[in-house]
Design a protein around this ligand. Structure first.
Ligand SMILES: [Zn+2]
Length: 398
């Protein structure tokens, strides 16, 4: 097994990522979902471990009771390269301190590697992901969720690139100095701010992926029009299943994203994939208001007893993947689970990072080929990342 990994890793580092995505030997007997999970690179573009550990530290190098990620479960699920979310709450745009928090959260990931260098390694490039595949190490790539730490200074983009950030989600739950947020009724910029437009160009030039999850529709279209390279949605699902929920992508946006060569990484959270779960929070808020009490954890526990949470299923997540494939083809969809970021709202069958084999099994049952499954698990995302790297390399070379 180890030999096969080594050979594959060597092949991959020597070849283009797109070629690497189809190294499967199709003449062999069909592999099981578990085998595919272990023998294929799995990149998940959104896992909230850094902020989880910041709030409630646990040693994720060993099995943990809480949370959805730890090393043993990542190994069991075949997860190779999670993008660890350097998540900065929207309030930091007003309070300041986002730059410090981002650096602190990055320090936390470096500490994880320092504590268990046999289990974790940082990944700063597609080459790192490919080279570390099959070594038993989980490659930690970094994505910054919310551009607040950039604080209007392009030198901060340079700083965070040097610290290893490889994508930035332009805004989070509130409009910031870069872009409007889908969650925020105040449309400060009607899309991107003047600085946001400058930042998009600078991100292209430095080799940082642009993440359009969370931004308003206007900000999305302006970004796609401006970016010289494909963009990603690191953890978004489809609006056709959650009508009116701007945080998800509608069909026209997916078409525009695909035309640009980008990829939508499907968010697993139930409230992102079904209308019922999407409405649940609003129902709970309304109930709290009616009862004249705070919508806090205690109220949520009580409310859940009376109104069980309508968990989505693995099948619903597969429906989202199918929808993208039918709409624009197999090359524009991947996974951005939002593990450790969406609380107790994960679908039945996809509860933690040990669950990727379930997803693969579902794809096999729906008739996806192994080559297509590899695209969904990492090939599409690595193609975009590689394109972004190449564009920046050419830009630097003048
Ligand atoms: Zn998010």
């Amino acid at each position: 097994m180890q030999l096969r990994f080594r050979r594959l890793a060597l092949l991959c580092s020597a070849a283009l990522v797109t070629a690497c995505a189809s190294t499967t030997d199709n003449t062999a007997t069909p592999r099981t979902a578990q085998q595919i999970a272990q023998q294929t690179i799995i990149v998940d573009t959104h896992i909230d471990v850094p902020y989880r550990l910041h709030k409630d530290w646990e040693d994720v190098t060993i099995a943990t009771k809480r949370g959805e990620f730890d090393y043993p479960r990542a190994q069991a699920g075949g997860l190779n390269a999670p993008f660890m979310s350097i998540y900065i709450p929207a309030s930091y745009e007003r309070s300041g301190g986002g730059y410090q928090l981002a650096n602190h959260l990055i320090d936390g990931m470096e500490a994880l590697v320092g504590r268990a260098p046999d289990k974790f390694a940082m990944a700063y490039s597609t080459d790192d992901v490919l080279a570390q595949f099959g070594t038993g190490k989980v490659s930690l790539a970094l994505g910054m969720e919310n551009g607040t730490p950039i604080a209007g200074k392009l030198e901060n983009l340079q700083h965070f690139y040097q610290r290893g950030i490889r994508y930035i989600t332009l805004s989070h739950s509130e409009s910031n100095h870069i872009a409007d947020s889908s969650y925020d009724l105040r449309r400060r910029w009607n899309g991107l701010s003047p600085f946001g437009k400058e930042l998009v160009v600078a991100m292209n030039n430095i080799g940082m992926m642009i993440d359009i999850s969370h931004v308003s529709d206007d900000a999305f279209y302006q970004t796609v029009a401006l970016s010289k390279v494909p963009v990603i949605a690191s953890h978004s699902s489809l609006r056709s299943y959650t009508p009116g929920f701007e945080r998800n992508m509608d069909d026209n946006m997916i078409k525009a994203l695909a035309k640009n060569g980008g990829v939508v990484q499907i968010n697993f959270g139930s409230s992102f994939v079904t209308q019922m779960a999407n409405q649940y929070g609003a129902l709970r808020k309304a109930a709290a208001k009616q009862a004249g009490v705070a919508d806090d954890d205690a109220f949520e526990t009580e409310f859940r007893k009376k109104h069980p949470y309508p968990f989505a299923t693995l099948d619903t997540v597969l429906d989202h993947i199918d929808h993208v494939v039918k709409l624009v083809g197999i090359d524009y969809v991947g996974i951005g689970s939002d593990y450790d970021g969406v609380g107790d709202s994960l679908p039945v069958g996809l509860k933690d990072v040990a669950s990727y084999p379930n997803l693969i099994d579902g794809l096999l049952k729906r008739g996806y080929s192994e080559a297509d499954i590899e695209k969904i698990l990492s090939g599409n995302l690595l193609r975009v990342w590689r394109t972004v790297e190449q564009y920046a390399a050419q830009y630097k070379a003048g």
